[in-house]
Design a protein. Structure first.
Length: 454
């Protein structure tokens, strides 16, 4: 088999892909109406639906999911008797954080230093464009040899579970022989990688109340319990001195036995400042793929500018806990909740609210579909063999699909390699990676169809 016709077609389609990704990135599709208008997500969903219709997809629909967002579905029938492949991406994005820290506007796709910058360029609007490129290349070279279902989720980044709940209520909709989740990434640019494991997650908001109202820090400070100080002490209890996550009852000593992540490379990828140490113990792979990790992702407190000399009556924080394969996210939620309630100092009143949860996932990389993907990646990345790695992030839908369709093979690929800096300022995608992975996906669909014939 040769990849040349497919690769030439994808290369010719890249200018169109860039223009389309620019259109899609322009939607400020953060699935949180408290931050951006719901209309931004709705417009992005309409764009995705129109793109599917333009590729002759049938039954294109905007699915109103229970969390108040929309997922986009479409079906492209293949030859009689062909297997069905489900292609997944999500069009919602993380907030841009501090827009002033971006070197170019976050919702304006900008080319710089050989990369395309913009929120969602890699995670995961680029993933949807990758699927379109693969299908277009196949159409131009003999046709799409499988039946294809596409699902573009509208709230993956919020972890609110809308699509999972919808799929459970309509189990026939996403049924497929193989599922390609286009929301992970290569270990690094140019090294074709499938993701073997995902950490799950739980998201909690904790509020501490200590006073009926704020007090003058000079008049009452030193005796009156300050809720913000209590919160600082509570959050500190979630880590040991070396930075290891320490949630009461939660095991944090598992080891990763696959592809390793050299510490020097990790420091460079994470842009750790000179002289600042990494946290935790064990190998880097142990810490980011095999063990739980707690992160305080937000605190409600007075800003420095305009601060007054006051004791705070209330304080609130949002906490993310990544849960590795082998641990149950629901049990981890209970343990984290109990820890927060137990360790709050000075008898502070504790309120804990769960705002998101997803189970960890482990793929079967010995399955036949992975053999087809390995051959496809070998051709798309000449001289390189497919690698498998873990991923510290979470895709809650994976376990839902695995439970609904236990016979389906699930592959995880995508554009979120370390240089992409997803979820951070100045997110970007490598156009070369987009091109090669689109070639790989097209070749995979062809390989998989041929293998199923046998």
């Amino acid at each position: 088999m040769t990849a040349r016709p497919i690769s030439e077609t994808v290369a010719s389609l890249m200018p169109r892909a860039k223009a389309e990704l620019a259109e899609l990135v322009a939607f400020r599709s953060v699935a949180d109406p408290a931050q951006f208008p719901r209309s931004e997500c709705e417009a992005a969903a309409d764009w995705v639906a129109d793109a599917l219709r333009a590729e002759d997809f049938q039954d294109v629909a905007l699915l109103d999911t229970p969390d108040g967002t929309q997922s986009v579905y479409g079906y492209l029938p293949g030859p009689a008797g062909a297997p069905t492949v489900l292609l997944y991406a999500h069009y919602d994005v993380q907030p841009p954080l501090d827009e002033s820290a971006w070197l170019s506007p976050p919702f304006e796709l900008t080319e710089r230093d050989g990369r395309w910058f913009g929120r969602g360029a890699a995670d995961c609007k680029g993933g949807f464009i990758m699927h379109l490129l693969a299908l277009r290349a196949l159409k131009a070279n003999g046709g799409v040899p499988v039946s294809v279902k596409v699902i573009a989720e509208g709230s993956e980044e919020q972890g609110t579970g809308g699509l999972e709940q919808y799929a459970e209520a309509h189990p026939e909709l996403l049924a497929a022989d193989t599922i390609v989740i286009g929301d992970t990434g290569n270990f690094r640019v140019g090294l074709p990688t499938v993701t073997a494991t995902l950490r799950g997650m739980t998201m909690l908001r904790v509020q501490l109340d200590t006073l009926e109202g704020n007090l003058h820090s000079g008049q009452f400070g030193g005796a009156a319990p300050d809720a913000l100080a209590a919160m600082i002490q509570l959050l500190a209890s979630l880590r040991a001195e070396d930075g290891t996550t320490t949630v009461d009852g939660l095991t944090a000593d598992a080891e990763w036995d696959g592809l390793q992540y050299p510490e020097s490379e990790f420091r460079e990828d994470a842009k750790v400042l000179d002289g600042v140490g990494l946290i935790g113990t064990g190998t880097v792979a142990d810490r980011i793929w095999a063990r739980p990790a707690v992160t305080v992702i937000g605190i409600d407190c007075p800003p420095v500018v305009g601060a007054t000399p006051s004791l705070q009556a209330s304080a609130r924080a949002q906490i993310s806990l990544r849960v590795p394969p082998g641990q149950d996210a629901a049990e981890a939620t209970k343990l984290l909740t109990a820890h927060l309630e137990t360790h709050a100092p000075w008898g502070a009143r504790v309120t804990v609210e769960q705002v998101g949860q997803g189970q960890p996932f482990r793929a079967d990389i010995t399955s036949p579909a992975y053999t087809s993907m390995a051959e496809a990646m070998r051709l798309a990345y000449p001289g390189e063999e497919m690698q498998s790695s873990g991923m510290g992030g979470s895709i809650p839908l994976c376990n839902t699909l695995a439970a609904l369709y236990p016979q389906a093979e699930i592959l995880l690929i995508g554009l979120s390699e370390p240089e992409a800096r997803i979820h951070a300022v100045n997110e970007s995608v490598s156009p070369e990676e987009l091109e090669r992975l689109s070639v790989a996906e097209a070749l995979f669909l062809r390989n998989y169809a041929e293998a199923r014939k046998g």
